[in-house]
Write a protein that binds this ligand. Structure first.
Ligand code: HMH
Length: 221
């Protein structure tokens, strides 16, 4: 009604929590070159576990797109994202060996377990495509915005962390996030108000899980 997309309206409406997720002290420390390397290694080991659990979640979004979407290109965007996770898991393994992080003996911490449990709940067939694709958009966008910040001119990101920041902060990943955002907005535009409400709640939940995930990496939980 105000000419703004639903997702853009939400990010404005919930600006404080959105910024706590996308400009977290952990990210700001990377950007300022003051990050604690032990915290970075903790994040790396935990995020590998998260991405492994993100695979079945994204597969569930793909399945919902095939069954519930009226737009054939949705499936292609989601399939592209799913396919790139294969390369991402390989990247985690090589990055982990570089930093001497032992992925197979890393136990998931509480905030990670809670986030992964949330992903599992969203993978249920009872959760609509609209709600699931909104979560997908929010999850990817938090990483995109966060790591893009570490690549901006004037940032003092340590050279050995640039590759990590580029993985999610690069322009191509930004375009991918925009494609997901367009899908979410198109679906939300046509959705009944109770589904829109549920999607907004899931958006806020994702932000809070992301904040807890960063906090865990900093060693605060
Ligand atoms: C915790 N959120 C977390 N990890 C990720 N790798 C992403 C989002 C982006 O895929």
């Amino acid at each position: 009604a105000n000419g703004k997309s639903t997702t853009a309206t939400w990010t404005n409406l919930h600006r404080p929590i959105y910024e706590r997720a996308t400009r977290h002290p952990f990210i700001l420390a990377i950007r300022e070159g003051t990050v604690d390397i032990a915290a970075f290694k903790r994040w790396l080991g935990q995020d590998y576990i998260f991405v492994r659990d993100f695979v079945p979640f994204l597969a569930s979004v793909l399945l919902k797109a095939c069954k519930q979407s009226d737009e054939p290109s949705d499936m292609e965007v989601i399939l592209g994202g799913l396919a790139s996770l294969s390369d991402e898991l390989s990247w985690f393994k090589s990055e982990a060996s570089k930093w001497d992080v032992h992925l197979y003996t890393t136990a998931p911490q509480k905030a990670n377990l809670e986030y992964c449990r949330f992903l599992q709940s969203l993978a249920s067939p009872e959760v609509s495509y609209i709600v699931a694709v909104t979560a997908f958009w929010a999850i990817e966008t938090v990483y995109q915005e966060s790591f893009a910040l570490c690549l901006e001119s004037g940032s003092e990101t340590p050279a050995e962390l640039i590759d990590t920041c580029r993985r999610w902060g690069n322009a191509g990943f930004g375009q991918y996030c925009q494609s997901i955002q367009r899908i979410a907005d198109r679906c939300l535009e046509k959705a009944p108000s109770d589904e829109v409400k549920k999607a907004e709640e899931v958006f806020l939940s994702v932000l809070s899980y992301e904040i807890n995930f960063w906090n865990m990496s900093c060693g605060e939980s």
